[in-house]
Write a protein that binds this ligand. Structure first.
Ligand code: SF4
Length: 352
């Protein structure tokens, strides 16, 4: 059988592998063990899976292959953040970011090559969506980093905030999260996984029904639409997004996070802060205020520290938990909204 026809084992859940196998093999414990080899012992070939029956390994090798994204380049920022460029099997590139914490690392992974959401301030969305990533390409970013970089074993948090809108690639993202959190897979607690969305209300509801992970919602789509859409349409979509956020299940003391990227002269005024306070009234949440990270081809500007602080204080006065977050890795274009899947930013201008 030609290699390209074989299923990639890393795209399959345990149930799907059992369906793929002949009846005799699926009754054994070997399918689960093969996935543990893949995700926990990071095997790159079936020969390495030495505690599986040889007959089972041969059957599996006739039906499936192991394919992962390849690390093409690693750049390190002055603040030790690392940006990793991955080459996919079809030659497309995506990026992940390793962000340092006090005693651990957070990995920010991509869920699409490019992005079709068109947020005007974002470098990732500038060239549109190339394609959705497969589960193997989403989880593969984590397994390759765990396997290859010295920081790998200290990755404790996963954020789906890299290239792409995770909720626009829903089924593949859902399966990838299942692999990240399952016993046979990467074994992360769902408390350590955060999905960030630009605000696809129906899919937020679907996510809340299907799985329990942390949710971060960007408020920029709501606060930057004023030039484009008709006011009534905007009101309807604001209401549906905020209602979906209100209903999103956050057990225990967990809170929804709202992210707000502040751009000088665009959305950083006291009136904008009042608007945010009004919009979020009654939602148990915290706010992350992120100063826009300038990059060579963008005309948006970073607000002054004083403007950002005034914005924060106004929200605090309205009894919100509002924190100013400094994006790491901006000197290597690894900060929020700067990932492009290229080694350097290309030409063309993005204007407010
Ligand atoms: S901010 Fe997120 S959703 Fe918007 S274009 Fe960029 S990657 Fe896509």
């Amino acid at each position: 059988m030609p290699e390209q026809k074989l299923s990639n084992l890393s795209n399959l859940s345990l149930e799907e592998i059992e369906i793929l196998l002949p009846a005799s093999a699926k009754k054994s414990i070997e399918p689960g063990r093969s996935l543990k080899w893949l995700y926990q012992r990071r095997a790159v070939s079936f020969e390495e899976m030495t505690n599986l029956a040889k007959d089972f390994r041969m059957k599996l090798a006739r039906l499936a292959r192991i394919g992962l994204p390849e690390i093409e380049a690693v750049q390190t920022s002055g603040d030790t953040t690392k940006k990793i460029l991955f080459r996919l099997e079809d030659g497309l590139f995506i990026e992940s970011v390793l962000i340092p914490g006090k005693s651990h690392w957070t990995v920010c992974i991509s869920t699409q090559a490019g992005c079709g959401m068109g947020c005007r301030f974002c470098l990732t969305g500038r060239d549109g969506l190339k394609r959705n990533l497969l589960p193997s390409e989403i989880t593969g970013q984590i397994t390759m980093l765990q396997q290859t970089l010295p920081e790998g074993p200290d990755i404790k948090n996963i954020v789906l905030m890299g290239m792409g809108e995770p909720l626009a690639n829903y089924q593949n993202v859902l399966k990838a999260i299942e692999i990240m959190t399952s016993d046979y897979g990467l074994g992360f607690s769902n408390r350590k996984i955060t999905l960030s969305t630009c605000g696809l209300a129906p899919m937020i509801r679907q996510l809340g029904d299907d799985i329990c992970i942390n949710l971060a919602v960007s408020l920029n789509a709501l606060t930057m639409k004023k030039k484009r859409t008709d006011a009534r349409q905007q009101k309807i979509s604001s209401e549906s997004l905020l209602a979906a956020c209100r209903d999103y299940p956050m057990p225990g003391r967990r809170m929804l996070t709202f992210e707000y990227i502040l751009m000088a002269g665009v959305n950083d005024s006291p009136a904008d802060a009042e608007k945010v306070a009004r919009l979020l009234k009654g939602i148990r949440c915290k706010l992350n205020l992120i100063a826009f990270n300038e990059y060579p081809v963008s005309s948006f500007k970073t607000p002054s520290p004083e403007t950002i602080e005034t914005f924060q204080q106004m929200l605090i006065r309205h009894h919100y938990t509002a924190m100013i977050r400094t994006s790491k890795g901006s000197d290597i274009l690894a900060a929020c909204g700067q990932l492009s899947g290229c080694k350097t930013a290309t030409e063309g201008e993005i204007t407010p």
